[in-house]
Design a protein around this ligand. Structure first.
Ligand code: 2HG
Ligand code: ZN
Length: 437
């Protein structure tokens, strides 16, 4: 397979069109030259990071020049007095985290793919992860962006200043714009103090109601977890098969993390959490303090995306958000739409209401699945929006959620989106066909 073929897809597994050319620039000047060449030839331009996106944001769907940022991967500066890191877009998220942690600083956004995904991709998608509950998502950390507009003109927005309310907030607009408005070649990220202590707590409940009740009331019991993840029986069954490990699958699990700056503070929060879980009927609680104990607990949660895929004929992933108080009703609706051939389940970042809804084909033939899946997806996304939620909390719109964006945006807002795109990219050559048409 040629290099060009490798860049037709991403983690959405949608197979796009073979790129005209794939370039892996090593300097910002080379990126500029690529854009000038694309302008001259009127080529479309699709920028990509590691291709871990779930909604097809990096899939070329027209004849396009693909710019892969994989070699623009230097940490330019970890500026301790200014509490920022300046990076190129191809830096792996987990690598930056490890480097800043050596200096006692913290970059919290932790997408599940953090060991392979890139910061440029995270900025393009406004990625988040379990720690978003306490620490927010990528957008909350971007202080500055440098790059080029579609015609190769450079831009520089923000920088090392931690506060900046001058003019329209173009940084926030570019973050999450999925490569449709501009090309980013340098990112300045805010760093915060590294919590020096943390521990992970897993609680096993017999009923979903007990697990959700516990989750819903943590804040009023003096507990501010940095992560609060939920897994149900179907997830545990899939993980057990995938990891080839026996797991007690007859239960519902909450996996929480508490962190802080002193052992005492973390201990107090952990004790509160443990006793609150027990009070609410937890059958079992486990506490992980060492890195080995922690990764044992998280192994099950981290493998779920792959495990559920491996364990079904087809899997559609949604990442809806609902207001926290609606989580229980939302999950019960998923159960009511499931049958022996199609299973709907929700897991993940339930602490902030960001539910990974997976629609799994466990018994339909291809034609039946293709008929039913869009209807179920529509139901799931409409339900989330009708509850006052969102169709995506971390995976973005890309291609797969584009048909549903109108659920969140009325015609006037859609018109504004199109006008914004036209101002930044009048010839519609930057990642065309993503987010909006
Ligand atoms: C996760 O949190 C990822 O594991 C993937 O965002 C979710 O595959 C999914 O549905
Ligand atoms: Zn997730």
């Amino acid at each position: 397979m040629s290099l060009n073929e490798d860049y037709r897809s991403d983690h959405s597994h949608i197979l796009g069109i073979t790129p005209i050319e794939v370039v892996c620039p090593t300097t910002a000047d080379e990126v500029k030259a690529c854009l000038e060449k694309a302008k001259e030839n009127r080529w479309d331009v699709v920028v990509r990071g590691a291709g871990t996106g779930m909604t097809g944001g990096a899939v070329p769907i027209s004849k396009a020049l693909v710019i892969s940022m994989e070699k623009l991967n230097a940490i330019l500066d970890i500026d301790i007095p200014n509490r920022v890191a300046v990076v190129q877009p191809g830096v792996i998220t987990g690598y930056l985290q490890a480097e800043v942690e050596k200096q006692g600083l913290f970059y919290p956004p932790d997408p599940a793919s953090l060991v392979i995904c890139t910061l440029g991709g995270n900025v393009a998608e406004n990625a988040g992860g379990p720690r978003a509950l306490k620490y927010g998502v990528t957008r909350d950390y971007v202080l500055g962006l440098k790059g080029f507009w579609v015609d190769g003109t450079p831009f520089s927005l923000g920088g090392k200043q931690h506060k900046n309310v001058a003019g329209y907030d173009l940084i926030s607009l570019l973050v999450g714009s999925e490569g449709t408005l501009g090309i980013i070649t340098e990112i300045t990220l805010k760093l915060i103090p590294l919590p020096l202590h943390s521990c992970d707590i897993q609680a096993v409940f017999k009923t979903m109601a007990e697990a959700l009740h516990t989750l819903a009331n943590l804040y009023t019991h003096g507990i501010f977890p940095s992560a609060a993840e939920f897994m149900d029986r179907s997830c545990l069954e899939a993980a057990s098969l995938y990891l080839n490990k026996p797991l007690d699958t007859q239960d519902y699990r909450l996996l929480c993390q508490v962190d802080g700056f002193s052992e005492e503070d973390v201990h107090i929060q952990a004790e509160r959490l443990l006793s609150y879980c027990k009070k609410n009927g937890a059958l079992e609680v486990e506490i992980a303090k060492t890195p080995a104990e922690k990764s044992k607990l998280w192994e099950v949660r981290r493998c779920l995306s792959l495990a559920l895929k491996a364990n079904s004929l087809n899997k559609t992933s949604h990442d809806v958000v609902v207001p926290p108080a609606s989580i229980g009703h939302f999950l019960s609706m998923l159960t009511s739409w499931s049958n022996e051939s199609v299973q709907l389940l929700g897991y993940g970042h339930l602490g902030d209401g960001n539910i990974h809804v997976n629609i799994l084909n466990v018994g339909l033939d291809k034609a039946e699945w293709e008929k039913i899946e869009p209807l179920l997806s529509q139901n799931v996304l409409e339900l989330a929006v009708n509850m006052g939620g969102s169709i995506t909390g971390e995976h973005g719109i890309g291609l797969t959620k584009k048909p549903y964006l109108h659920l969140m945006a009325d015609s006037r807002v859609m018109e504004l989106y199109r006008s914004i795109k036209a101002v930044f990219d009048p010839e519609n050559r930057l990642n065309p066909g993503k987010i909006i048409n």
